[in-house]
Design a protein around this ligand. Structure first.
Ligand SMILES: [Zn+2]
Length: 365
């Protein structure tokens, strides 16, 4: 290179550097997957099978032996790993888990009502709202973090949500938010493949056992198909069976649902990791809408009369989430999830919605 060309080259580079905006580091995370397990107790998340509930009277369990064989173990660590193997061998190893009382941590609901709609509002809007005091089909007056993202150009049309509970479109105010919401009817709204049509046909044959909540299988399979075909940047899956089997005092089926939910979460994560735009650029958040009672009589229940349902759990994993495992001596609230979804994507939800709680303290501190 001649001196003259060198000088010219230098000038061009210097000029480009002067006018270019300050280099923004690309956020490590481009996509977020959020999964909630309705009314899943921290007692089983951290301790696995609780043998006091594995009885006919407390848990409605006619045959405890097969359940004991599947999920039993001498320590809490052994039992929880059998119940939720993906959660405990992958998420807790590579990410962070909040709410373990045995480690001096607490994760709590702040809405004081301890049932579903107030809990989902708190999780997704980032603050409790006393106006939301029933599970009735009322459109959420609050803009959730999902709606806020869906109205930003980088995420428009790239936010989707699937639920086993038919209230999802009300909670996310689907007509205002424009979020692709699937909460009832066929799990694939516009089936395009033979596989998707077969899934809808199969789902239509399942019994409507709980009315407002369908089984988690079609919800999860629908969400997986949506991930593969639509590539959403934010995908929320609201699973519902754990709450329903618990209300029905079927501890065996409650545990089985937790196990299948964990398997679905693994499938969702592994499916994403096989897709180039998700691999290494995706975070996973796991949470619940409320806890439940702590005793043999009231473990089935939650709501205003069951204060133990205030205690919950949460977990996070992904690039940018240091592998700190089960967090000790940290108190967090349900309301912190919303800002966490945004923060993982490099977005500041609290600046836009000052009522929202700060993101979970996932950074090394
Ligand atoms: Zn419930």
């Amino acid at each position: 290179m001649s001196t003259r060309i060198q000088v010219a080259f230098f000038c061009v580079v210097a000029a480009a550097a002067a006018i270019a905006p300050r280099a923004q580091p690309r956020p490590a995370i481009a996509n977020v997957l959020v999964v909630t397990m309705d009314g899943m107790r921290w007692q089983e998340v951290f301790g696995g099978l609780q043998s006091a509930l594995l009885t006919k009277e407390a848990g409605g369990v006619e045959e405890p032996e097969p359940i004991e064989r599947r999920f039993g173990g001498g320590t809490a660590e052994q039992r929880r790993e059998k119940l939720m193997p993906f959660f405990w061998t992958i998420v807790a190893r590579d990410g962070q888990v909040f709410g373990d009382p045995s480690r001096g941590s607490l994760a709590r609901v702040t809405n004081g009502l301890w049932f579903s709609y107030p809990g989902y509002n708190e999780l997704l809007a980032g603050y409790p709202d006393p106006r939301i005091d029933s599970n009735d089909k009322n459109l959420n007056p609050n803009v959730t973090v999902l709606e806020w993202l869906n109205h930003r150009p980088a995420y428009a049309g790239r936010v989707a949500a699937f639920a086993s509970w038919e209230l999802l479109p009300w909670i996310l105010n689907a007509q205002r938010s424009g979020i692709a919401c699937n909460g009832e009817g066929p799990p694939i709204a516009q089936p395009a493949t033979e596989r998707e049509r077969a899934l809808n046909d199969f789902a239509a044959e399942l019994p409507p056992y709980w009315g407002a909540t369908r089984f988690d299988a079609p919800t999860g399979l629908g969400a997986l198909e949506y991930l593969r075909s639509h590539h959403p940047r934010v995908l929320y899956v609201m699973l519902g069976e754990t709450d329903e089997w618990a209300h029905g005092r079927r501890y065996d089926l409650y545990l089985d649902s937790a196990y299948r939910n964990d398997r679905f979460i693994r499938q969702l994560w592994e499916t994403a990791q096989r897709m180039p735009e998700y691999a290494g650029r995706t975070a996973l958040l796991l949470a619940t809408d409320h806890g439940r009672g702590d005793g043999a009589a009231d473990w089935t229940d939650h709501g205003r009369k069951v204060p133990a349902a205030e205690r919950i759990w949460m977990a996070a994993m992904g690039p940018g989430v240091p592998a700190l495992g089960v967090r000790a001596n940290v108190t967090v609230t349900q309301s912190q999830l919303a800002a966490t979804v945004a923060a993982l994507l490099g977005e500041d939800y609290v600046a836009a919605q000052p009522k929202a709680a700060a993101a979970l303290p996932i950074a090394n501190r």
